[in-house]
Design a protein around this ligand. Structure first.
Ligand code: MF3
Ligand code: CO
Ligand code: CO
Length: 269
C-alpha cells in the first residue's frame, strides 16, 4: 500500500468533510462547561452529526486490527488521558482540560480534527501545556510543502515540545486520510530532518501531536481504548487535516470557530 495522491474532485470532497468535522467542534464548544458529562457531549455531537449534518461519526464501531469496536461517536480525553478517551459518566469540573476529537464521514471521505478545551480556569501549567501543544501542531503544519519530508514535521514538533520542557508521545501519530480513516503515511511527531517520505502535492494527512507535561510513556486502560500517561502527568493534543498544495499547504479542517494560528509562531519556531 502507498500514499494516495488525491484528485481535484477528491480534494474538494475532503474540504467539505474537513469543514464539517470542525463545525462539530464549533457546535459543542458552548456545552463544554463544569457539570456536563463527557457522555452528554458525545450525545450532542452524535445527534448533530447524524441529524443536522447528515454525516457519519467515524469512531462509532471503528475496529482496527487488535481493537474491540469503539463504542461512542467522539473521543473525549481529560487531563492525564492522552487520546481515545471514551465518553461516559465522568462529570467535567472547574480546572479540567480535555481534548475533543471529531472524525466525520461525508460522501465517503473523512475529516479529522481535535481541539483542547479548558473548563473554567485551569492552573497556569495546564494552560501553558495546551498553548505549547497548539504551537507544536502549527509548527508541524508550517513544514508542509512539496519536497519537505515527514521527518521535517516530526523534528520541528519535537524540538518545540522538548525546548518547552515537555515530551512527545511516540505510540500514536498523524496519518494519511481520505476514503479510509487511517491510511499511509504515518506522521510521527518526532524525528530527524530530511528523513521519511517526501511530500507531494495532493497528499492529505493529519498532524496531531500528543504532548505530555511529564514523561512520554503511556499506558492503555482496561477498556481497551483510553490511553493515559504512565506518570499521570497532564497531556494535550490538537489535530488538523492538511493538504499538500503546489506551493505549500492548505488546512482542510477549518470553520468559523477554528482558533487562529498563533501570532508569534515565527518567534518560537
Ligand atoms: N480521531 C482519532 C485520530 O485522530 C482516532 C480515533 S479512533 C477511535 O486518529 F476509534 F477511537 F475513535
Ligand atoms: Co487523526
Ligand atoms: Co482525530
Amino acid at each position: 500500500m502507498s500514499i494516495v495522491i488525491k484528485s481535484a474532485a477528491e480534494i474538494e470532497a475532503m474540504r467539505v468533510a474537513g469543514r464539517l468535522a470542525s463545525e462539530v467542534l464549533d457546535y459543542v464548544t458552548p456545552f463544554v462547561r463544569a457539570g456536563v458529562t463527557t457522555g452528554e457531549l458525545d450525545r450532542l455531537c452524535h445527534d448533530y452529526m447524524v441529524n443536522v449534518q447528515k454525516t457519519v461519526p467515524a469512531p462509532l464501531n471503528y475496529a482496527p486490527p487488535g481493537y474491540r469496536p469503539y463504542p461512542r461517536s467522539i473521543c473525549t480525553s481529560v487531563n492525564h488521558q492522552v487520546c481515545h478517551g471514551i465518553p461516559g459518566d465522568r462529570v467535567l469540573k472547574n480546572g479540567d482540560i480535555l481534548n475533543i476529537d471529531i472524525t466525520v464521514i461525508k460522501d465517503g471521505f473523512h475529516g479529522d480534527t481535535s481541539r483542547m478545551f479548558m473548563v473554567g480556569e485551569p492552573a497556569i501549567g495546564a494552560r501553558r501545556l495546551c498553548q505549547v501543544t497548539f504551537e507544536c501542531m502549527w509548527i508541524g503544519i508550517d513544514q508542509v510543502r512539496p519536497g519537505a519530508t515527514i521527518g521535517d514535521i516530526g523534528h520541528a514538533i519535537q524540538r518545540h515540545a522538548e525546548a518547552s520542557g515537555y515530551s512527545v508521545v511516540r505510540e500514536f501519530c498523524g496519518h494519511g486520510i481520505g476514503r479510509r480513516f487511517h491510511e499511509e503515511p504515518q506522521v510521527l511527531h518526532y524525528g530527524h530532518p530530511g528523513t521519511g517520505e517526501r511530500l507531494e502535492p495532493g497528499m492529505i494527512f493529519t498532524i496531531e501531536p500528543m504532548i505530555n507535561a511529564g514523561r512520554r510513556e503511556v499506558r492503555e486502560m482496561a477498556d481497551g481504548w483510553t490511553i493515559v500517561t504512565k506518570d499521570h502527568s497532564l497531556s494535550a493534543q490538537w489535530e488538523h487535516t492538511v493538504l499538500v498544495t503546489d506551493s505549500g499547504h492548505e488546512v482542510l479542517t477549518v470553520s468559523a470557530g477554528t482558533p487562529a494560528r498563533p501570532e508569534l509562531l515565527r518567534a518560537v519556531a
